[in-house]
Design a protein around this ligand. Structure first.
Ligand SMILES: NC(=O)c1ccc[n+]([C@@H]2O[C@H](COP(=O)([O-])OP(=O)(O)OC[C@H]3O[C@@H](n4cnc5c(N)ncnc54)[C@H](OP(=O)(O)O)[C@@H]3O)[C@@H](O)[C@H]2O)c1
Length: 431
């Protein structure tokens, strides 16, 4: 039997507790099948110094002193499951500097400081692993990092935030408003008490930045991901989307152009009801990888929750136990990532859905059409379902494919017209 790999756990919340339970259940199989012996020697979290907690690993010391565990001589691997930038960032640095491998699920920290931490790990000859940070239990980072080295990735896109997907699929099913379905998601434990990072797209943007770094070998900054949340969607958008044979889905997309520049966004798309993404329901995640030679690959499954996320953390620990700290493909898939090469808005071309809500009066359509024509934007169709009340009349104009710079200029002018009840909503329509 190999020597045990000694683990120090930082954070004993949803994922931390699930990991302890999971390792307890799987330790005999891991020992038998893979000759791997993983043991928690210390657990640190905020409340643990003060009050006893259930489900702690047997034999591990328990403390609220995070730094003591991150730098302890008897810890081989630090498992960071605190979340956030601080104190997680300094603790991960301390652990790496003390010569410990680190496993984390912290996408916010990785998006902000991932490259720096990976460099530090390389310099110290220790492992830095973070499979659990994107799409929970789906082994998408490992697949991109190691499974596609023989091909070229052209795009990575998908549903990266289960809370947003739960809200959108709930609105589609029940015609309820955004706030109502979000409250249900919170009651069921699919959304945090503060859901801002989920519904405003920043959680998905962190994940997309990581996916893009791995897929394209560039230093993709989080700020480069154009990010829009789902908070402006209304029940009427689901009615019009249905008329178009489509449904709203919040997608992260990263696409490499022929010259290597990257287009990155997190936003709501109207996807075809026939597409695979339209069938990804509730809190599930799905990632599509499109490659030059192999074509399209789809990974879907449970993208969050303690148990699925803990399986990804455990897979990283098993790999470190088996392969040692510094073997394999580098954490971000490139020995020396290339500088980020951003595409322009003019490179992003799609047919669009424009939803207006106006105080009704004659001549509105003609005014909208003349602004669009002035910017050389072609209208495809106009939709208006019967609606009671003239003070807030919603209707939709669909556009033929248009580049986003041109559309952006037109939207500024459209929004300045005096009859709007709220700003126009523009959503790209994808196959
Ligand atoms: N939950 C998921 O579905 C999921 C999925 C993928 C990735 N992740 C990632 O996994 C990580 C952990 O998430 P989680 O859901 O397990 O979070 P969580 O339930 O909030 O647990 C975090 C744990 O860390 C402790 N902690 C946080 N800040 C601390 C501080 N400053 N000092 C001491 N202790 C501190 C918390 O203590 P208190 O209990 O006292 O606050 C808690 O025990 C995050 O990076 C998250 O993004 C989570």
């Amino acid at each position: 039997m190999s020597a045990p790999l000694r683990l120090g756990l930082l954070g004993f919340g949803t994922v931390g507790k699930a990991l302890v339970r999971l390792l307890q259940a799987e330790a005999p199989r891991l020992a038998r099948q893979l000759d791997v012996d993983l043991r928690f020697v210390a657990v640190a979290s905020r409340a643990l110094g003060r009050k006893p907690a259930e489900g702690l690993p047997e034999g591990a010391r328990v403390t609220d002193d995070l730094l003591a565990v991150a730098s302890s001589p008897d810890v081989d691997v630090v498992v960071e499951l605190l979340g956030g930038l601080d104190p997680a960032g300094p603790l991960v640095v301390a652990a790496l500097e003390a010569g410990k491998s680190v496993v984390t699920a912290n996408k916010a920290l990785l998006a902000a400081r991932g490259s720096e931490l990976a460099r530090l790990a390389r310099d110290r000859h220790v492992a830095f692993a973070f499979e659990a940070s994107v799409a929970g239990g789906i082994p998408i980072l490992r697949a991109i990092r190691e499974g596609f080295t023989g091909d070229r990735i052209d795009s990575v896109s998908g549903i990266l935030n289960g809370t947003s997907n739960f809200v959108l699929t709930g609105m589609a099913r029940s015609s309820r408003g955004f706030g109502d379905v979000l409250a249900e998601a919170q009651a069921l434990g699919y959304a945090e008490a503060d859901p801002a990072a989920d519904v405003e797209g920043t959680d998905a943007a962190c994940k997309l930045a990581l996916l893009a770094r791995l897929a394209f070998g560039q230093e993709v900054p989080l700020e480069a991901v154009r990010t829009e949340g789902i908070t402006r969607l209304q029940p009427v958008d689901f009615v019009y989307a249905g008329m178009l044979g489509r449904t709203p889905r919040q997608l992260g997309t990263a696409r490499r152009l022929g010259d290597g520049r990257l287009l990155l966004s997190v936003r709501t798309h109207l996807v075809s009801n026939l597409s695979m993404l339209a069938r990804v329901d509730g809190p599930f995640n799905a990632v599509q990888v499109s490659t030059t030679r192999g074509g399209d690959f789809v990974f879907s499954g449970r993208g969050a929750g303690g148990d699925p996320t803990a399986t990804a953390v455990l897979a990283d620990l098993v790999e470190i136990a088996r392969r040692g700290p510094s073997s394999g493909v580098p954490p971000f898939g490139a020995e020396a990532p290339a500088p980020f090469a951003p595409a322009e808005l003019t490179d992003s071309v799609a047919p669009f859905y424009l939803r207006f809500v106006v105080k009704d009066r004659p001549g509105i359509l003609a005014e909208l059409a003349s602004v669009l024509a002035r910017h050389d934007v072609n209208v495809d169709a106009v939709f208006q379902t019967p609606w009671s009340g003239k003070t807030a009349l919603p209707f939709v104009v669909t556009l033929e494919p248009v580049d986003e710079e041109r559309l952006g200029h037109a939207l500024v002018e459209l929004a300045a017209l005096p009859f709007h009840v709220e700003a126009p909503l523009a959503l790209p329509m994808t196959p």
